[in-house]
Design a protein around this ligand. Structure first.
Ligand SMILES: [Zn+2]
Length: 370
């Protein structure tokens, strides 16, 4: 399909969509129209996110090439032609140009529309959770830097110090401001007056942020060393430690624990299919038998306890727990044995899992409110 045909089809589709929306708006009642306006607002927020995502793509590209983020206008890396404005519309340009440069037909990486789309979705999430408030700025900054960190790590397994430092500094500033605002409010509260208690010193956001930063470093260094003991090599790079430190600084130590647990779960989900496939091709029946047994038993135990089956059946409960423990230990044993034999996944891309968990915690608003 050539360019003119694509543009024509895009124009027809846009006119049809806009026409249908207008028709729907005119023919609906007040409540219906509120939904239309809400949808329009969300679409607007998504578009801003996609534009920011487009900028994040530039940040990612120029981090690798070492160029300035702002100075030279966007150009094709192959033919060096300056891009026209309609080559720069997030997602749409990629579709219109069929994933190729508008001048030289060089293929454009699918990374560009994906990052634009995901950033748009994350912006919608942030808008729904935070609305337009001062903390929205920080939520947007932190989400953006986490996207950049995740993409550079997935793409080239590189974590740039300038990105992690930016995350750490942004996190510290945010929690400092949070603490300063509560202090300020207390100072002018005529009922309770100005009083800094020991409890307040321990539980204020700034303390939580600094402890989070330290905890991030400690947890990652411990995990890396455990990985070293098990697999005989460092499980992940130092960049991941800096990401963890930044997440601790931004979210506080309590939420950092949630993030680290979440990232381990995400990682297991991501690695499991590849891991099991390797077990099949390597004919490691130990893991192939014990791991599914462990998972099936654990899930059935959870379901049964939810249904209250165990309330009067202690023997059954203990037998199940013993079996879960047995298969858990067996699968851990066979896994460690396999890792030592060096034919398994020895490198854990921990950085992206951490960054994604951070974004999930951010847009589910567990902590981030003034
Ligand atoms: Zn080109």
């Amino acid at each position: 399909m050539n360019k003119t045909a694509r543009i024509l089809i895009a124009a027809i589709i846009s006119i049809l969509i806009i026409g249908a929306l207008c028709y729907g708006f005119i023919n609906s009642d007040i409540t219906g129209r509120m939904y239309y306006i809400g949808g329009l607002v969300l679409f607007f927020v998504f578009s801003i996110g996609a534009v920011v995502g487009s900028f994040l793509n530039v940040v990612i590209l120029r981090s690798f090439s070492g160029e300035s983020i702002v100075m030279p206008p966007s150009k094709c890396p192959k033919c060096n032609n300056k891009l026209k404005w309609w080559h720069n519309i997030p997602i749409i340009s990629y579709l219109l140009l069929g994933g190729k440069c508008g001048f030289c037909e060089e293929k454009i990486s699918i990374q560009y529309p994906i990052v634009e789309f995901i950033t748009g979705i994350i912006f919608v999430g942030i808008f729904i959770v935070y609305g337009i408030l001062p903390e929205t700025i920080f939520a947007v900054l932190i989400a953006s830097i986490l996207i950049v960190l995740a993409v550079t790590d997935i793409k080239e397994r590189v974590v740039f110090d300038k990105h992690t430092y930016f995350l750490i500094v942004t996190g510290l500033i945010y929690n400092f401001l949070l603490t300063a605002i509560t202090l300020y409010n207390q100072a002018f509260n005529t009922i309770s007056g100005f009083r800094i208690t020991t409890e307040w010193v321990i539980y204020n956001p700034m303390t939580s942020s600094i402890l989070g930063l330290i905890l991030g470093v400690i947890v990652m260094e411990c995990l890396a060393r455990i990985g070293y003991l098990i697999a005989g090599e460092r499980a992940f790079g130092e960049g991941d430690t800096y990401i963890a430190a930044g997440l601790g600084a931004a979210f506080g130590w309590q939420n950092f624990i949630i993030i680290i647990v979440l990232s381990v779960i995400l990682q297991i989900i991501a690695i499991l299919p590849v891991y099991l496939k390797k077990q099949f091709t390597g004919k490691h029946y130990g893991v192939l038998f014990s791991l599914p047994m462990f998972i099936i038993l654990a899930i059935s135990y959870y379901v049964l306890s939810l249904k209250g089956i165990f309330i009067s059946r202690y023997v059954l409960k203990n037998i199940m727990l013993a079996l879960i423990g047995l298969f858990g230990i067996l699968s851990a044993f066979f896994t460690v044995k396999g890792l030592r034999a060096k034919d398994e996944l020895t490198y854990f891309p921990f950085g992206p899992a951490l960054a994604i968990s951070g974004i999930l915690v951010l847009i589910t608003n567990i902590h981030f409110t003034l």
